[in-house]
Design a protein around this ligand. Structure first.
Ligand code: ADP
Ligand code: TRP
Length: 350
């Protein structure tokens, strides 16, 4: 049994979309069935962009409900209860560890990090970039290394952060001549590495507004689906349609084969043939997609309503998660302190 850890930042409005699900949460669910699981709400990371108390609290709350609903909806009760689900800021060792790792990290390594480089490549001046964003990969390294995680399931955009984490862990172990930290591996299934948004052009992202958000109201989801990019060369329902680059079929490829409505992959290929032959309208395939998504996410949407109606259940999960996380993180910090020489043991003591 391996140990895996991952986290999600409460960015945007805190809600998750099908890109987050396919790129991250679905892997959490699969891995949680047979591995030791640590899942974290990276609320301290949220501070790099959100500096408004009300918004931060609101986003954290929404993210917690969204993520727990997916986990609860798609896992058995037993599997769900084994997960250590916690808030990063509930475990003070994250910032302590980050502070120590700062000292074994070369400046150049952080300067090469995408988040910082992209900001600079945009219009931001160095003066306007906060150190929190610059040292974002350090906090993430601390998040991962504290739990001695073997695997870190994330989207492709996070791969570099895992490489930085490995680099830092290796340096630490070498400098202090002790294998304190496990070197983590990224876990990124190729086919879902980057899910494009409903515009068919850019990565699906909360900040770009090109998302399908599975916990929105039915009407909102319908609107998102109806606005999805299909085949711009097709003017009439009787025109032959293209499947490639058509986001409705891209999403159906992900969700269709497992949907009871489409009764598996053969139904989906029949639908594609009809589309290619100009025998079905865009609005009809979009309706299929909408129904498929509602079907697919029904257990999670039910879990969402249940969790929302029972806040005590949520606070208990977080409290239990915090307790279990503190034990593991505390043990690692004990080893870190010993390795670097921050121990309460004086030579004049007998
Ligand atoms: P967003 O870009 O919407 O703000 P986050 O950066 O909060 O999303 O991402 C949370 C997790 O979901 C990360 O592991 C990230 O790699 C993954 N993820 C986000 N968007 C996508 C996408 N479009 N395709 C695949 N994975 C994604
Ligand atoms: N940086 C990740 C993201 O934006 C979130 C995150 C924070 C994370 N700490 C982590 C992911 C530790 C994996 C492991 O999506």
């Amino acid at each position: 049994m391996k140990r895996f850890l991952s986290g999600i930042t409460p960015s945007g409005d805190g809600s998750l979309h099908i890109g987050n699900y396919l790129g991250a949460v679905r892997q959490f669910i699969e891995l949680a069935k047979s591995n030791e699981t640590f899942l974290m709400v990276a609320d301290l990371h949220g501070l790099t962009t959100i500096q408004d108390k009300k918004q931060l609290q609101n986003n954290i709350e929404i993210l917690i409900l969204n993520e727990l609903a997916l986990l609860r909806g798609f896992l058995s009760k037993d599997e769900f209860e084994k997960i250590v689900f916690f808030r990063q800021s509930d475990v003070p060792m994250h910032t302590e560890c980050q502070s120590i790792l700062n000292n074994v990290t070369p400046l150049g390594l952080l300067k090469r990090a995408h988040a910082y480089k992209d900001k600079l490549a945009g219009n931001a001046m160095e003066e306007d970039i906060n150190v929190g964003l610059f040292s974002y990969p350090m906090l993430m390294a601390a998040d991962i290394l504290l739990y001695q995680a073997d695997l870190v399931p994330v989207g492709k955009d996070q791969k570099q952060h895992i490489e930085i984490t490995r680099d830092i862990a290796e340096r630490f172990n070498k400098i202090f001549k002790k294998q304190v930290f496990t070197l983590p591996e990224p876990y990124i299934p190729e086919e879902v590495a980057v899910v494009l948004g409903t515009d068919g052009k850019r990565k699906m992202s909360k900040t770009l507004g090109n998302v399908i958000a599975m916990f929105d109201s039915e009407e909102a989801i319908k609107k998102q689906v109806m606005g999805t990019y299909t085949d711009p060369t097709r003017k009439h329902a009787t025109d032959p349609g293209h499947i490639e680059g058509n986001m409705v079929f891209t999403y159906l490829d992900f969700f269709g084969p497992t949907s009871p409505r489409l009764r598996g992959a053969s139904e989906l290929s029949a639908l594609k043939e009809r589309y290619k032959a100009g025998k079905i309208a865009d609005v009809e395939v979009k309706e299929y997609l909408f129904q498929t998504l509602m079907n697919y996410f029904a257990p999670a949407r039910k879990a969402y309503e249940e969790l929302k109606a029972n806040p005590n259940v949520v606070t208990d999960i977080l409290k239990k998660g915090q307790e279990r996380a503190l034990i593991v993180a505390g043990q690692t910090m004990k080893e870190v302190r010993e390795a670097i020489g921050l121990v309460t043991k004086y030579s004049f003591q007998r």
